[in-house]
Design a protein. Structure first.
Ligand code: DX5
Ligand code: ZN
Length: 222
């Protein structure tokens, strides 16, 4: 696996938009189409109004393919389940600042296990909520939809937070990726890239595209 920095463009297709009856093949299809990371959306039916999959499915993806696993935990108690997601083979685990846990402690435990740590803010959450933790993270995920479902429309009003996060990164000499998630396609990715995002999660616009490789390439070239 090639290590990536925040100056690299990363496209992470979300498995949520894949055919769940063929998860291994769908992951291979994304990798062959040029995916840099696979984005795995874990939903507990409590933190968000949807239930997706858990550590067993992530372990299955990990067993079938050698790809960087970008795991997004939309669960109320990430601290309680953390070890199970680490053991499943996650390379990066992102937790929501809005969830019920000691955020600093969860990030520390993640990094101590040799896994990259990400922090997520919802569209309604100001960047100031994430600010105290910026020196503890490898990735900041700025949600561009209200999490829970694929196929929603991109919220451009979240872009100022990306600009602020990029400015703070430079000011503080940090190096976290800035990732966007929700409604990302070849039309919206350039808007997020211009604001300062370098990692692009894309579900519907990649897995459901007639030509997945072309879709991934046009998002990367945004
Ligand atoms: C939203 C998830 C996203 C979702 C994106 O709750 O966190 O990762 O899969 O799907 P699209 O790209 O279809 O908006
Ligand atoms: Zn996600």
């Amino acid at each position: 696996m090639i290590p990536r920095t925040y100056t690299d463009r990363i496209v992470a297709p979300s498995l949520l938009a894949a055919d769940f009856s063929r998860i291994g093949e769908e992951t291979s299809r994304a990798i062959n189409a040029g995916a840099d990371w696979m984005h795995l959306d874990v939903m507990d039916g409590h933190f968000v109004d949807n239930i997706s999959f858990g550590p067993a499915v992530i372990a299955a993806v990990h067993a079938t393919n050698d790809v960087f696993l970008d795991v997004h935990l939309m669960i109320s108690r990430p601290d309680h389940y953390l070890e199970r997601f680490i053991e499943a083979g996650s390379d990066l685990i992102s937790v929501h600042v809005e969830a019920t846990h000691d955020v600093s402690e969860t990030l520390k435990r993640t990094r101590d296990a040799g896994v990259q740590a990400g922090l997520v803010i919802n569209p309604a959450t100001p960047l100031s909520e994430a600010e105290p933790y910026l020196d503890q993270i490898d990735l900041l995920l700025v949600m561009t939809v209200v999490p829970g479902f694929g196929g929603q429309s991109f919220m451009a009003e979240t872009m100022p937070k990306i600009e602020q996060a990029a400015a703070l990164r430079a000011e503080r000499g940090l190096s976290y990726h800035i990732e966007v998630d929700g409604g990302i396609d070849p039309k919206t990715a350039p808007i997020a890239a211009k604001a300062g995002a370098n990692a692009f999660v894309a579900g519907s616009s990649t897995f459901k595209a007639p030509d997945m490789a072309a879709a991934i390439q046009s998002i990367r070239e945004a």
